[in-house]
Ligand binder design. Sequence first.
Ligand SMILES: Cc1ncc(COP(=O)(O)O)c(C=O)c1O
Length: 445
Amino acid sequence: MSDITREQVLEYDRSFNQHPWLTGNIAPIPVERAEGIYFWDYNGKRYFDMSSQLANVNLGYGNKDIIAAVQKQVEILPYIAPAYASGPRAELAKKLIDLAPDNMGKVFFTCGGSDANEAAIYAARTYTGKSKILSRYRSYHGSTLGSGNLSGDPRRFALEAPAATGFLKFFDPYTYRSSIEFGSEQEAADYYLGLLEDQIQYEGANMIAAIEVEPITGANGVIIPPDGYLQGLRRLCDKYGILLICDEVMAGFGRTGKMFAFENWGIKPDIISFAKGVTCGYVQLGGIIMSKEIAEYFNDNTFLYGLTYSGHSLACAAGIAAVDYYQEHKILDHVNEVGVVFGQLLEEIKAKHRSVGDVRYIGLFGAVELMKDREKKIPLVPYGYDENKTMARIQKLLKDRGFAAFGRENNINITPPLIITEEELREAFEILDEVLTIVDEEFLG
Ligand SMILES: Cc1ncc(COP(=O)(O)O)c(C=O)c1O
C-alpha cells in the first residue's frame, strides 16, 4: 500500500502520471479510500460512486468474499504462465461457460476489455478466413490498435492508421435522435437492419468476418436497441455467414438485470467479449467466450495470440468469488427490483427539467441526454466538439456535491454499483436534481 500524504499524492500525480484521455495539467480528485457505493477523498469528503467508476465496480467496494479470495490465492500461487493449467483459470472458465448460452465452448482470458476485443478480432478473422469487421459509429470497444479501430466514437481517430484495415462502421439504432418517427420498435429495427443489409452487400458478405456490437451501447449514451433489432442482426449474420460478436464489457455481469445484455432479446452470439464486472475491478481481467464451433477449430489450429497475464491467478480468483457473489446474493433480482425505482427517478428528472431530452435505462444502466432545445432536439453540446467544456462543468457541479459519474457528448451516464439500495439511489438523485436545476437556469442560453 501507499502511505504518502495528500500533498505528495497531488504533487507526484501532477508531475509523473499521465492520465488516459486527459491533458497532463489536470487536477484529479485525490481519492483515499472506498466502501460500499462510496469513496472518500483525502479531506474526508464522501462521493456517491454513481458510475461504479468505469461501470466496472459492480459489486461496490470492500467486498469481503473477493478480498479473501485474492488474499488466499496470492499466497498459494500468485501467477503461473498461461501454458499451464491452474485451479483459478480452469474453475473460472467452467463457471463462465455455465453462465453463457449453451452454444458456447471455451474461454480465452485477457487483462481487460480492449485486449478481449483484439482476441475477438483475431479469432473471428482466423476462424472465417475473412478480414472485414463491421461495428457501429456510436461505440467504444477499447483503445489498442484493433479495438480502437473497432470503436466508432472519436477516440478511434488517433489509432486509424493505414496498417489497421478492414474496419467498417454502420449506423446505430439511435431512435431518439432519428429524423424518422417510427410507428413501432419493430419498424425502427427493420429500418436500421435494412440499411445494414445493403451495406453488407456493398462490402461483400464473403469478405466480412464479423459484426461486433455492444448489445446496449454503453459509454456512448446507453442506447437500447428497439425490440427486434438484435434478433434481426442475428438472422442477418446467419444469412450471410458472418459471425456475431457481442461486446459485453460494460453491459455484462448483471448491469441490465440479466447476466449478459443480449439475453434481453434471447439471442446467442458467436463470440462474447467481457471484462469489467467479471472481477469488479479488484484485479483486472477480461476475455472472450467462443462458440463450440470456433473452439473446435482451435482444437486443431494453433491459437496464435497470447498475453503473459492471460488467466492471471489473482484475477481468476477474484472472478470466481465475484461470480459466486452475483449468484449467492441474487444480485440480478436486486438489480431488477431497484431498477424499477431507478427508472422512475429518471422519468421524474425528465418530467421536471427542460434540459433533459431523453432518459434511457434498463436495470441499473442509465443515461440522461441533455438538450439545449428539447423540442427541436438540439443537443446541449455538438457531437465531438464541446468547445466550452460544458459537460465537464456539469460533471464538476455534480462532483462538488458528491455525485461522481461519467458521460460522453451530451449524456450523463448513470451506472451505480449493483448493490445500491433504494434509499441510496433516492439520496443521490437529489443531487442530480439540484444540478439539473442549475443547468436549466444557466446552461440553456
Ligand atoms: C463496451 C466496452 N468495450 C471495451 C472496453 C475497453 O475495456 P478496457 O478499458 O478494459 O480495455 C470498454 C471500456 O470502457 C467498453 O465500455
